[in-house]
Design a protein around this ligand. Structure first.
Ligand code: NAD
Length: 273
């Protein structure tokens, strides 16, 4: 289902006002945009004068998220379905005529021990977190060639550091990090950049479904900044990577994790008096 944008509104967003000057409006396609990091990213793009195609498979949350936002189109589809991926690109082009940035943010989390992660659970995580990123990027290539646009894939600290219970989630995110490098290597000659962001813990619905109080306390202990991040702190880095300020940045992974990835053993002990 597409929540349509009237033609007159589309015309208004071709030219936008940002940092004191009129600029040609750009279009971002953000997956998993109905809430959490995807919604914060959408709002940050809008503040910077972009138009946003908001993709989510949760129609009710998507309708609530798009309500009242100017310069967006809501697209209710599943990024892990090849037919939907093609349709998402077509819906975006129909609404806005171009794609300048693809943010592959849609993801699911499922924490379980290896022995209890049956093939169905494994495939559910892989199909959204990895297949979805592959399919959406592949479908977007023709449009991104036109604009010399960019891709930002949302990975995770769980793709960088192994931990218990994350066999499917962590492996899917590690694969996304490598997939990003593949995309950068192959698509650079078309002027398309590809980068990844690895968020640390953020109190979203996804994280709170799998983070017990024990896990929350352990994260606080292990993170030099001693806290969870916010959706906005992740969105800021995503939008930076999509901006002209990052025009020579490709094939990179930026951890936005309060220092978690950079630290080794001993931090909690040193903190204790
Ligand atoms: N929150 C964290 O602590 C954290 C940490 C590291 C990485 N991440 C990653 O950040 C991304 C966003 O997570 P979030 O915390 O904002 O989660 P969230 O659950 O709040 O939002 C994810 C959105 O993606 C949508 N979605 C899921 N599968 C989809 C599909 N197949 N097609 C279309 N939409 C789909 C959901 O409906 C939801 O609206 C995810 O890729 C997640 O793995 C989150």
């Amino acid at each position: 289902m597409v929540i349509a944008v009237p033609l007159i509104l589309r015309m208004c967003f071709v030219l936008t006002h940002h940092k004191g000057k009129w600029i040609m409006g750009k279009t971002a396609l953000v997956t998993g945009a109905a809430r959490g990091i995807g919604l914060a990213t959408t709002k940050t793009f809008l503040q910077q004068g972009w138009r946003v195609a908001m993709v989510d498979w949760d129609g009710a949350e998507l309708a609530a998220a798009t309500d009242g936002l100017q310069g967006v189109v809501g697209i209710e589809r599943d990024v892990s379905n090849p037919t939907d991926a093609t349709a998402i690109l077509q819906d975006t082009i129909d609404a806005f005529g171009q794609v300048d940035a693809l943010v592959n943010n849609a993801g699911v989390a499922d924490f379980g021990p290896i022995e209890q992660t049956d093939f169905e659970r494994w495939r559910r995580v892989m199909s959204v977190n990895l297949d979805g990123v592959f399919l959406m990027a592949q479908a977007a290539i023709p449009a991104l060639k036109e604009t010399k646009g960019c891709i930002v894939n949302i990975a995770s600290i769980s793709g960088l550091r192994a931990s218990t219970l994350r066999v499917a989630y962590g492996t899917s995110k590690a694969a996304v990090i490598h997939l990003t490098e593949q995309q950068a290597a192959e698509l650079g000659e078309y002027g398309i950049r590809a980068n990844a962001v690895a968020p640390g813990p953020v109190r979203t619905k996804l994280a709170m479904a799998v983070h017990t109080q024990d896990i929350i306390d352990a994260y606080h202990d292990a993170i030099p900044l001693n806290r969870y991040g916010s959706e906005q702190e992740i969105a800021n880095v995503i939008c930076f990577l999509c901006s002209d300020d990052a025009s020579y940045v490709t094939g990179q992974l930026i951890s936005v994790d309060g220092g978690f990835e950079s630290t080794g053993i001993g931090l909690p002990s040193l903190r204790k008096p």
